[in-house]
Write a protein that binds this ligand. Structure first.
Ligand SMILES: Nc1ncnc2c1ncn2[C@@H]1O[C@H](COP(=O)(O)OP(=O)(O)OP(=O)(O)O)[C@@H](O)[C@H]1O
Ligand SMILES: [Mg+2]
Length: 293
């Protein structure tokens, strides 16, 4: 199949002109963003969105200006986790104003554009079968518009919460060629490690994106009776040594974190002394060091 760049005749749609104009808008917007970070995992449900929101909050609390792009177009969860689902986006001549969380993090998400809670994202095509064929192209186009049309202002950090799958990162790199780095999320199970190693190969070895590191989420839980860390997944609870060199930290499972995500309230400021808050804050600190900020 030919890409739009190779089309000899675009039947008057000027698709190349349109895409080029969008790409130019995107790179102009990104010129006011110091560092871009993609949060990814080959595996679904490991806590990418929870980590994105909490790292963004940790960096915001440290005084940085931070934005989040919910790059999960079909399963957006950032707006809910950041407590901005009910905000109506404002449009100005220079673009869409992102939603702003209680603490000042800026957010753009497909969720803010959907009218109903249960409305799925439907791509326009003659049939849904055609739409499926073009899905990736349309998703990349939507993401290009999302980032390019949003009035971010000056940002220190822009975090992108990716949908599951290591095949999503090449799309992001096409849009943001000088992506600052990647944070890979896993849980301590062999199944997750197996898949996540593929994500690392894709990011580091194939796409040559700077690897900030791996976060082991739900690494353990703290027993409420004895206060000791207990394994949540495999009984050995052994961290995989493959990640030793690039591990950013191990975040415990904490039901309060899940509750805060569900209610859209900032876990870090509500529970400043928990092991999970300490782990997340420490990871944010390592990110600062990575970028020398
Ligand atoms: N450390 C944690 N402690 C407690 N709950 C957590 C933790 N990390 C994530 N969760 C919860 O687990 C669920 C799944 O997390 P999340 O939605 O962030 O995963 P995801 O990797 O983004 O999923 P998807 O692949 O669907 O995008 C959410 O309800 C979230 O609040
Ligand atoms: Mg998610």
């Amino acid at each position: 199949m030919k890409s739009y760049k190779e089309l000899p005749d675009d039947a008057g749609s000027n698709i190349i002109g349109q895409v080029t104009a969008q790409a130019n808008r995107l790179s102009k917007r990104l010129s006011s963003v110091k560092h871009t970070i993609a949060v990814m995992s080959g595996k679904g449900g490991v806590g990418k969105s929870a980590i994105t929101t909490n790292l963004a909050t940790a960096l915001t609390l440290k005084g940085y200006s931070v934005g989040i792009v919910d790059a999960d177009i079909n399963g957006p969860s950032i707006a809910k986790m950041m407590g901005v689902r009910n905000i109506t986006l404002e449009y100005t001549k220079s673009g869409i104003l992102p939603a702003t969380s209680l603490l000042g993090t800026k957010i753009i998400s497909m969720d803010l554009l959907l009218a109903e809670d249960d409305a799925p994202v439907m791509w326009n095509a003659q049939t849904q079968k055609d739409a499926f064929t073009w899905r990736t192209t349309m998703e990349v186009g939507a993401l290009r518009e999302f980032i390019g049309d949003t009035e971010w202002g000056d940002l220190d950090y822009l975090l992108l919460d990716l949908p599951p799958g290591s095949d999503r990162l090449p799309n992001v790199v096409e849009l943001i060629p000088n992506l600052g780095g990647v944070v890979v999320v896993t849980i301590p199970s062999e199944v997750s490690h197996l898949i996540v190693k593929k994500s690392i190969t894709m990011a580091r070895d194939i796409l040559k994106v700077p690897m900030i590191g791996v976060v082991e989420n739900m690494a353990y839980y703290v027993c409420k009776h004895c206060g000791e860390p207990e394994p949540l997944f495999s009984p050995q609870n052994t961290p995989d040594h493959v990640f030793d060199e690039i591990r950013l930290g191990r975040i415990p499972f904490d039901p309060k974190l899940s509750l805060s995500n569900d209610s859209g309230t900032p876990y870090l400021s509500e529970y400043p002394d928990t092991p999970a808050t300490k782990a997340i804050t420490e990871i944010a600190h390592k990110i600062q060091n990575f970028f020398n900020t």
